[in-house]
Write a protein that binds this ligand. Structure first.
Ligand code: FAD
Length: 394
């Protein structure tokens, strides 16, 4: 089959990989001029880790990733107020847990395509006309093509979803936060392999030192702190962060000053995408486009890879009957994704607690995580993947 996949992030190239294994002709379309870099780091484990292993990616991921030792909460003077040893993640996943940049994971997956999948960079699907026996696809720039399937792997703000299923507002569920992330070179202090985090009511900031003298900063704040429209330029993002975080203490004045030289800031709402169906005719959605779980779940990349793997596997098992395969893909994955979304939504309020009491309580709970059996109980529940993926024989 000829398959056009819009979006070369995590889900898109994973699907391209497995479809190519089955001998399909794949076209990837990515709106950026090259694979997106920088951004933010992710925890990577679970079903996604298993699929990465099947793709032979673990050695590369090991080189690119970090084994974080500690999550440390500090007060406005930088003194430790809570936290826990990150060993528990390794213990609960048999050592199959790693932190790495989202963009490094995306590049590793794309690298596994070995240059054998045609990619249109700097372009996007603009229109889709499902003719029943095939789909006619128009692009922003390239000449139109005829394909058998169109897949939307274009993330939280998917254009394919909008073109085929309806406006984003029908499916987006806000978790009440905004998030921003950027990297700075040469920032001091560095605490190697420690996530250092400071929170005041409704606002949280963390830093993690990366290789090559880079430090990653992640800001999360409740929506009520955004007093005007969402910023549309990088300078506006910086102004918002400066206003929202100016008075939170700790290293914030230094971080905000250093931010002025940063570029490629990630800034967005923290939301989920909840849909009743992921397919329509010859079009299907995967990854965040279909069922964004949000950063709160800490597993969106792995889940995106799982959706891609199952979609490719069901197409194979159904002898390329896309109607049957789409139905089985959705049946297998949708309840699992919905459970992940629900547990992330429940956890969201403790992500950047609203009150000083909430922060104190959270810090206290994280101190209890020093006791191994308590840590194993809570973290074990959080990292468990309540699904067994089929072993498709590609
Ligand atoms: C701050 C933050 C922290 C996170 N932390 C974690 C974590 O700890 N662990 C974890 O597993 N996940 C985490 N996630 C979630 C994770 O990043 C996503 O779930 C995952 O990247 C989804 O993969 P995807 O391929 O569906 O979408 P994306 O990775 O967003 O890729 C979509 C691709 O589509 C492209 N695109 C967009 N629009 C178009 C268009 N119109 N045409 C063509 N191309 C287009 C984009 O440029 C991009 O390359 C986090 C997310 C955020 C925001």
């Amino acid at each position: 089959m000829r398959v056009a996949i819009n979006g070369a992030g995590i889900a898109g190239p994973t699907l391209a990989y497995w479809l190519r294994e089955c001998g399909h002709e794949v076209l990837l379309i990515e709106e950026s001029l090259q694979l997106r870099n920088g951004g933010y780091t992710i925890d990577f484990w679970g079903v996604g880790y298993d699929i990465a292993e099947k793709m032979g990616l673990l050695p590369r991921i090991g080189e690119l990733g970090y084994q974080v030792r500690e999550v440390r909460y500090v007060n406005r003077h930088g003194r430790k107020s809570g936290g826990f040893s990150a060993d528990v993640f390794g213990r609960m996943t048999n050592g199959r847990f790693i932190e790495l940049r989202r963009s490094d994971l995306a590049a590793a997956i794309y690298g596994a395509l070995d240059g054998k999948v045609e990619t249109l960079f700097g372009d996007s699907v603009a229109r889709i006309k499902d003719e029943g026996h095939c789909v006619r696809v128009d692009f922003d720039h390239a000449a139109p093509r005829e394909v058998d399937l169109v897949i939307g792997a274009d993330g939280l703000h998917s254009r394919i979803r909008r073109l085929v299923f309806g406006p984003e507002a029908e499916f987006e569920v806000s978790l009440g936060y905004h998030v921003a992330a950027f990297e700075i070179e040469g920032y001091r202090p560095r605490d190697e392999l420690v996530v250092v985090s400071h929170a005041v009511p409704g606002r949280q900031i963390l830093r993690l030192s990366l290789r090559d003298d880079i430090t990653l900063f992640l800001f999360v704040f409740r929506d009520e702190y955004l007093t005007a429209e969402s910023p549309s330029s990088e300078q506006e993002c910086k102004s918002v962060l400066t206003n929202v975080f100016a008075d939170v203490g700790w290293e914030c004045p230094r971080i905000l000053a250093a931010m002025e030289d940063a570029s490629g800031i990630y800034f967005d709402r923290v939301s989920q995408i909840r849909m009743d169906r992921w397919t329509e005719g010859r079009t299907a959605l995967i990854g965040d486009a279909a069922a964004c779980v949000s950063l709160v779940a800490g597993e969106g990349t792995g889940l995106a890879m799982a959706e891609a793997y199952v979609l490719a596997g069901e197409l194979r098992n159904c002898g390329n009957d896309h109607v049957a395969a789409f139905a089985r893909y959705q049946e297998r994955m949708m309840p699992f994704l919905r459970r992940k979304q629900e547990s992330a939504a429940k956890f969201a309020s403790s992500f950047a607690p609203k009150s000083a009491l909430g922060i104190t309580f959270r810090n206290y709970v994280t101190r209890l995580l020093r006791i191994p059996f308590i840590a194993d109980f809570f973290i074990g529940r959080a990292v468990r993947d309540d699904i067994k993926l089929p072993d498709y024989r590609f």
